[in-house]
Design a binder for this molecule. Structure first.
Ligand SMILES: Cc1ncc(COP(=O)(O)O)c(C=O)c1O
Length: 405
């Protein structure tokens, strides 16, 4: 168990759905927000609301200070050497697109290495730049349980490899990829590495200097923060390689009628009024997670996984996908003969919120050779009783469809 009961911090979890206590197990899609985050956002709008970096007046100075303080918190949270290396964006998707569209030195024939089970956010932007600049996408081979075949990966690397873009934790299989080794191998051929941290930064300590990654992308809303705010971290020299692709206010040092010069990092990659309240909310989320401790969150989510796995496996006709050993706090599965959408609908009747579909990773479903899966994903506020409720609801779903084999 976690040392303190945090459920009371999440008003949304106190409700019933269809007359049953809400069991929220769709945390890989988005997480719930504690009161501390809600109050930080409301407090900003109540007391400090003004635009940042421009005004001389008191509110403007306060808003700027709080916005930049949030950036410091982000940097400390991921161990970035400087806050200037943390660019505020909308979400993981925008962070990846920012790299894809701002990197201007692609050469025809350059290769980008991915896994075949990336979220669409870490696949489609690369498809687009590949088309535009004549690049080649290469895909790491996977072992049957979804882990990367590291020997196969290393064989793909060569002097044309410009970038390796890989998820840290798969949002479909729950595999935790050995990103440090992936980075080390890529650096040997001079390639840059982008880590999609959407499913790792919220759930485990992620220290960019230890991973030695060139870029890291993640979303605030998956870590108790608000929607609409995310982060692109980069090594200074990797960020220097990016030319802005959004132009306008906030990113400009000086302008004449025919030309303009950009501000320093991080602002030159943040055109227009930023999501100030979002950044402050993310800062509050980071404070909240840090008070619990990321090591504590990892430990507790592992307990949830160890508790859930045998109980799910006991259900006849339930097939779990992904690794048998260590996995992140999520399970994708199917109940034999029942469409995942029907399973999710029935679970909702029992108050249990899960996801059904391809989870924005259609190639991952193809790799599993299934059209879709059900996904139950945990966070530190979930309880063992909620896993019991999930298992009971799945048992009911199976009976309802008369598939007791
Ligand atoms: C692994 C992974 N990458 C990227 C994303 C995209 O995140 P966002 O929609 O916040 O941009 C997700 C969201 O589910 C994800 O799980």
């Amino acid at each position: 168990m976690l040392p303190v009961d945090l459920r009371g911090d999440f008003p949304i979890l106190q409700q019933t759905v269809h007359g049953k206590p809400l069991v929220y197990l769709d945390n890989a899609a988005t997480t719930q927000k504690p009161v501390a985050v809600l109050e930080a956002i409301a407090g900003y709008y109540r007391r400090d609301n003004a635009n940042v970096h421009r005004a001389i007046h008191t509110l403007g100075e306060r808003a700027t200070a709080r916005f930049e303080e949030a950036r410091h918190k982000v940097a400390a949270f991921i161990g970035a050497p400087s806050p200037a290396q943390c660019i505020f964006v909308k979400n993981t998707t925008e962070a990846i697109n920012l790299v894809a569209y701002s990197y201007k030195s692609w050469r025809t024939g350059d290769e980008i290495v991915l896994t075949p089970i990336e979220h669409h956010s870490n696949l489609v932007p690369w498809q687009q730049v590949a088309r535009r600049f004549g690049l080649t996408l290469r895909f790491m081979p996977l072992l049957p349980d979804g882990h990367i075949d590291m020997e196969g990966y290393k064989k793909l690397l060569n002097d044309r490899t410009r970038l390796v873009a890989v998820t840290h934790v798969s949002n479909v299989l729950g595999t935790i990829n050995p990103v440090r080794d992936i980075v080390a191998a890529a650096h040997q051929v001079g390639a840059r590495v982008l880590i999609d941290g959407a499913q790792s930064v919220p759930h485990m300590p992620v220290r960019v200097e230890e991973l030695d990654c060139d870029y890291l992308a993640f979303s605030g809303h998956k870590m108790c923060g608000p929607t609409g705010i995310g982060v692109l971290y980069g090594k200074m020299e990797a960020l220097e390689e990016l030319e802005p692709f959004l132009f306008g206010g906030e990113m400009i040092a000086d302008v004449d009628l025919y030309s303009a010069r950009w501000k320093e990092l991080p602002w030159r990659l943040e055109a227009g009024t930023p999501h100030i309240a979002g950044a402050i909310g993310l800062g509050a989320a980071i404070d909240y997670l840090s008070r619990i401790g990321m090591a504590e969150i990892v430990r507790y989510e592992k307990e949830l996984v160890d508790y859930a796995r045998p109980r799910l496996q006991e259900l006849e006709g339930l097939e779990i996908y992904g690794p048998r050993g260590e996995r992140a706090g999520l399970f994708s599965f199917n109940l034999k003969g029942i469409h995942p959408h029907d399973v999710a609908t029935l679970l909702d009747q029992e108050g249990v919120a899960v996801r059904a579909g391809h989870h924005c990773a259609q190639p991952a479903a193809n790799w599993l050779q299934v059209p879709a899966t059900v996904r139950a994903s945990f966070y530190f506020y979930n309880t063992f009783e909620e896993i019991d409720a999930l298992v009971a609801a799945l048992g009911k779903a199976r009976e309802f469809f008369g598939h007791v084999s």
